[in-house]
Design a protein around this ligand. Structure first.
Ligand code: MN
Ligand code: MN
Length: 297
């Protein structure tokens, strides 16, 4: 990796971790979810970055991909709150997440995913196998008496790409492929009091543009032109609603789905409705790995 690229990853990580912890400071009982998400995304821009994906807040049994549309009235009370924030600089991405327990009853669940992440980071270097990383995550979480979420995993980060190989499992899946120097990966253990398997809910409010032909009506064309500016990174329905209004957005999304132009990322929840925590950092693999999203509290 050249110096310039490394510096972009490091700068993106600094913005991502600052925005994440700014968001954490807003997570209090009575706060509106949509206002926190808007504030986090504004903070990213203020710090000189761009959202690599819409900021997301997933509550309780929801592990990931919950994102306010413009009508969302959800207010925080005594939930378990996962905040997931991604930033890019010229396509170089940092992805990080944390969990806040406002219930006061799940501090061990929060610790389990955080410890699993920290233990995984301790063994990151060129040559470690993906299965070994998953094994550490699994053992840490099960030692707390919880289940790692097996069908969610960490991932490589590419230029303008959030999910590229390698997939970093949250249990030892026997994968003997090794990390290489210069790999950029997000590690994200999830701990659950339930099944440790998530399934899709609906409706999706986060999408990725995967194909830009097939819609002809003027509204969808206009939305499509706006979406192409995003360079293939995920977008929020809310972003479009702010620009085009809800009615036109709903219409355009329906047309774009029908023409197979967008991939949906629906909310994911634990199938036994267990409570879920998450912790995530982005790390660049070296003999001395660089955790780009590290944050000194
Ligand atoms: Mn994330
Ligand atoms: Mn991630």
């Amino acid at each position: 990796m050249d110096e310039k690229t490394l510096q972009k990853y490091i700068d993106a990580g600094k913005i991502a971790s600052e925005a994440l912890h700014y968001g954490k400071s807003l997570i209090v009982k009575g706060a509106k979810v949509i206002e926190i998400l808007d504030a986090v995304e504004e903070k990213i821009v203020e710090l000189g970055g761009k959202p690599a994906f819409p900021a997301q807040i997933s509550l309780n049994e929801f592990a990931a991909h919950s994102c306010s549309d413009l009508n969302d009235e959800t207010v925080l009370s005594d939930q378990i709150i996962k905040l997931d924030v991604g930033v890019h600089l010229d396509g170089f991405i940092a992805d990080n997440a944390l969990t806040v327990d406002l219930s006061g009853e799940h501090s061990d669940l929060v610790k389990a995913s955080r410890d699993a992440l920290n233990n995984a980071l301790k063994i990151i270097k060129p040559g470690v196998t993906l299965g070994e990383i998953g094994g550490i995550i699994h053992d840490t979480i099960t030692n707390y008496g919880f289940a790692p979420v097996k069908n969610l995993s960490g991932h490589g980060l590419g230029e303008y790409q959030i999910h590229v190989p390698p997939s970093v499992p949250n249990f030892d899946n026997g994968n003997e492929n090794v990390l290489k120097e210069g790999d950029v990966i997000a590690i994200e253990p999830f701990a659950s009091t339930g099944a440790g398997i998530v399934q899709e809910s609906s409706p999706a409010t986060v999408f990725t543009l995967t194909n830009d032909s097939g819609v002809r009506d003027p509204i969808s064309r206009k939305v499509l032109i706006e979406l192409k500016k995003n360079n293939g990174l995920p977008f929020a329905k809310r972003w479009l609603e702010k620009e085009f209004g809800s009615a036109k957005t709903n219409f355009a999304l329906r047309m774009l789905k029908r023409a197979n132009c967008v991939e949906e990322h629906p909310p994911l929840f634990d199938q036994n409705r267990g409570m879920v925590s998450q912790a995530e950092h982005t790390v660049i693999v070296f003999e001395k790995p660089v955790v780009t999203t590290w944050y000194e509290e």
